[in-house]
Every structure is written in structure tokens, then in C-alpha cells.
Design a protein around this ligand. Structure first.
Ligand code: PLP
Length: 424
């Protein structure tokens, strides 16, 4: 016909700035994206003004720096090679993970407290937090430790659980902030808080390095069971725990099977931040108010919006969990824990008080009332060391700095020397 095809018709709209698709208004509420850009901006401005300065040392981002140990690596390499053989080739796998790794996780990391079919293997803890939020949807109220890993808050905002951020308190409406600070031993007074449906709790904690005691976790589980809440327990830093008796999993706590989910990951255990392998545990007894097992709905998310973790990386997960791999993980944890000790002793020798850094890779420095961005800038300018201002983890982090022990040993040692020279 002579009618122009729709795709060739140009509409003259000079003031048009994009497509006709309306932006998801929840994304416009997000504020937290300012942390890493803010750090990069200050770092770049400093470098521009001081082009000849010595190399900057980063104790900032919590990414791993040490290579994957050889035995664990052999699992990754073996997994890749298998794909090149006729007999070994596999395509799509079970969306929940291969049976062998689900069994191994249940046996080696949960001592059989968790059944293999309660383990969902994934591409990481962050991704699972996002998928849990997709499952919970917009109708729940979430609670977070303040300060906390920013992903819990930001994904709550994205799925529409919150109102706008309050510019005065820097808190989102409809999120329950659970203050965690030295004066409460980094454990909130649960009874004093408004009700929340889903409670995100991370131990060992990012950024405070606080490790919850058995008694504290018992109180958390009892609270959730009494109030009908679900705890999402983030155990991504569990292998850093060396103090005997400190729980590495929420499933060591009685009563947890009716109210707890655990997210976890090989990222920090084995340097898999780039390789990507994690898992989420949902016991069969955790149910929604209508009686539906939560695991059923999460299974639906995993089978619909995820297609299973990489088969190559799952082979690497298997070598993480045999005796040789577990020993390599211990050695890697020892390395970072020694870094944490060096940083903690170093910053304390400069006259600061600090928390964490034991059973955890983060040292949380108390600035005793000073603004965290000011001290961040002072340390950058005087010592050429990048840290992370606590305020980036929520309003409760103001007045603190986080130092990450994931830097190479020599960087930690030199950072301490520099800090001593200018701050002590
Ligand atoms: N949970 C916490 C508390 C973290 O600090 C991090 C990463 O820094 C993650 C989860 C992310 O884990 P993954 O690499 O498995 O997505």
C-alpha cells in the first residue's frame, strides 16, 4: 500500500528527550549511588591537583585481590575442559544447582542441618538478594542494620517497598533502620523497633566488622518467630570466624528453621568475586502467612528468572568443598585476617579507636564525632590512602571509616606506615 510504514514515520518533537517509555518511579528515588562515584571524584580531583604524588593505596572496595588457590582452580579448569568432551558436555542444568554441590554444601557447610533440596545454588549473594526482593515484592516492610551493605536498602527501593528518602534523616520512608553502634554492641534493641516483615541481618558485618554472638542470634530468631517476620541472614563473611562457639550460620540457632533464609557466597571464601558462585538456603518450614512454603516461590523465581549457575563454576565450587579446598580457603582467610590485624593495630597506634577486624575482614574506625567524608579527604591528601566513609553505608555510619583487609599484604603494611607518619 502507499501508507508509510510505522517505523519510518518521524514525529517532530523537538523537546523530546527519550523514548515514550515512562521511567520506573522507584528508580528515581534511589540516592545511594553517590558512594563510589563520590570516592572516585575525590580521588581523581586529588590526582589532577597532585599528578606526581606517590601511588595511591586503596583500602576501599571490599573486592578480593589474592589469586584462586591451585586445588580450587583445578576444579574450575576441570569443569571447563569437561565441556570440550563428548562424554562430559552438558548444557542447561538444574536451575537450583547440580545435585552434587547441593549435597556437598549441606554436608560440609551445614553439617547436615540443612537438606540438599533446601539449597539453591546461584551466581552470588548479591544476585540472590535481588531475587529474594523480586519474590517478596512491594508489599512488605524491610528492616536493615544501620549501617549496612547498601544492597538491602537499594533493592527494597527498586521493587517499590519504600517511599522517598527523607533528606533530613537520609532514611527512606517505610524501611526500618536498626541502629548498630558501639553503644549497643552493634546489635539493635529489637523490641524498641517498629514491625518489619523481612529483617536483613549480616554477620560478620559489612561495614562494621561486628560478629553477632550466639545469644544475639538467639534473640534475633526468637524475635522473628514471635513477630512472624522472616530473617534474611547474610553469611558472606562466615569463613572469617575463628573464635570457637561463634555461629557461622543462622541455622546453628534453634528455631531458625521456621523463620530464616541464609544467603551466602564463595566470593570471599575463595576469591570467586569474578567467577561468581553463591547459594541461598530456605528451609521447608519457612512459610508465608497463607501457608505457602517460601522455598516454592523462590524456586519459581530461580526457574523463571535465572537459569542455573555456570556448570564450570559449580565444578570449582566442588573443589572448594573437599578437604584440600577447605584447607586452601582457611589459608586465604588467614592471609586477610592477618591484614585486618595489621590495619587494626596500625590505626589504633595512630590514636583511633576501632571495631571489627577480628573474625571479619573490615576494620571500623571510630572518628569520635568527626565527619566521615572530612577524614576520608584528610587521609587521602596526607597519606594517599583511600578508605570508605561510613556514611556511605547509611546514616548510622556517619562518624566512622571502613578499612578493607582485602588489599595485598604489602599495601596494608605501607598504608599503616603512611598513616602513622601523618596521623600519629
Ligand atoms: N553480602 C555482603 C554483606 C557483601 O559485602 C557482599 C560483597 O561485598 C556480598 C553479599 C556480595 O556477594 P556476591 O559477590 O556473592 O554477590
Amino acid at each position: 500500500s502507499s501508507r508509510p510504514r510505522a517505523s519510518t514515520r518521524m514525529v517532530a518533537t523537538p523537546d523530546k528527550v527519550g523514548t515514550g517509555v515512562k521511567r520506573n518511579e522507584n528508580f528515581a528515588k534511589l540516592k545511594a549511588g553517590y558512594l563510589f562515584p563520590g570516592i572516585a571524584k575525590r580521588r581523581n580531583a586529588y590526582l589532577e591537583a597532585n599528578p606526581d604524588c606517590r601511588p595511591i593505596i586503596s583500602l576501599g572496595i571490599g573486592d578480593t585481590t589474592q589469586p584462586i588457590p591451585p586445588h580450587i582452580l583445578s576444579g574450575l579448569v576441570g569443569g571447563a575442559k569437561t565441556l570440550g568432551t563428548k562424554e562430559g558436555y552438558t548444557g542447561y542444568g538444574a536451575e537450583q544447582g547440580k545435585a552434587d554441590i547441593r549435597e556437598k554444601i549441606s554436608e560440609k557447610l551445614y553439617n547436615g542441618l540443612i537438606k540438599p533440596d533446601e539449597v539453591f545454588v546461584s551466581d552470588g549473594a548479591k544476585c540472590d538478594i535481588g531475587r529474594l526482593q523480586m519474590m517478596f515484592g512491594s508489599g512488605v516492610v524491610s528492616a536493615v542494620q544501620d549501617p549496612s551493605y547498601p544492597v538491602y536498602v537499594d533493592t527494597s527501593v527498586m521493587v517499590g517497598q519504600t517511599g522517598e528518602v527523607n533528606e533530613e534523616t537520609m532514611q527512606y520512608d517505610n524501611i526500618v533502620y536498626m541502629p548498630c553502634k558501639p553503644s549497643n554492641d552493634f546489635f539493635p534493641d529489637l523490641k524498641a523497633l517498629p514491625h518489619a516483615d523481612v529483617i536483613y541481618f549480616c554477620s560478620p558485618n559489612n561495614p562494621t566488622g561486628a560478629v553477632a554472638t550466639r545469644e544475639q542470634l538467639e534473640a534475633l530468631v526468637a524475635h522473628a518467630n514471635a513477630k512472624g517476620s522472616i530473617v534474611v541472614f547474610d553469611a558472606a563473611y562466615a569463613p572469617f570466624i575463628r573464635t570457637p562457639g561463634v555461629p557461622k550460620s543462622i541455622f546453628e540457632i534453634e528455631g531458625s528453621r521456621t523463620c530464616c533464609i541464609e544467603v551466602n557466597s564463595f566470593s570471599k571464601y575463595a576469591g570467586f568475586t569474578g567467577a561468581r558462585l553463591g547459594w541461598t538456603v530456605i528451609p521447608n518450614e519457612v512459610k508465608f502467612s497463607d501457608g505457602t512454603p517460601v522455598r516454592n516461590d523462590f524456586n519459581r523465581v530461580m526457574t523463571t528468572a535465572f537459569n542455573g549457575a555456570s556448570n564450570i563454576v559449580q565444578s570449582g565450587g566442588m573443589t572448594c568443598l573437599d578437604d584440600e579446598g577447605m584447607a586452601e580457603i582457611d589459608t586465604l582467610m588467614d592471609y586477610y585476617l592477618e591484614n585486618a590485624k595489621i590495619l587494626k593495630e596500625g590505626i589504633e597506634s595512630c590514636g583511633f579507636k576501632s571495631h571489627g577486624g577480628k573474625d571479619a575482614p573490615y576494620v571500623y574506625v571510630d572518628l569520635e564525632g568527626k565527619a566521615s567524608w572530612d577524614v576520608f579527604s584528610e587521609i587521602l591528601e596526607k597519606a594517599q590512602v583511600v578508605t570508605i566513609p561510613g556514611a556511605g553505608f547509611g546514616p548510622g555510619g556517619e562518624g566512622f571509616l571502613r578499612l578493607s583487609a582485602f588489599a595485598p599484604r604489602e599495601s596494608c603494611v605501607e598504608a599503616v606506615e603512611r598513616l602513622r607518619a601523618v596521623l600519629a
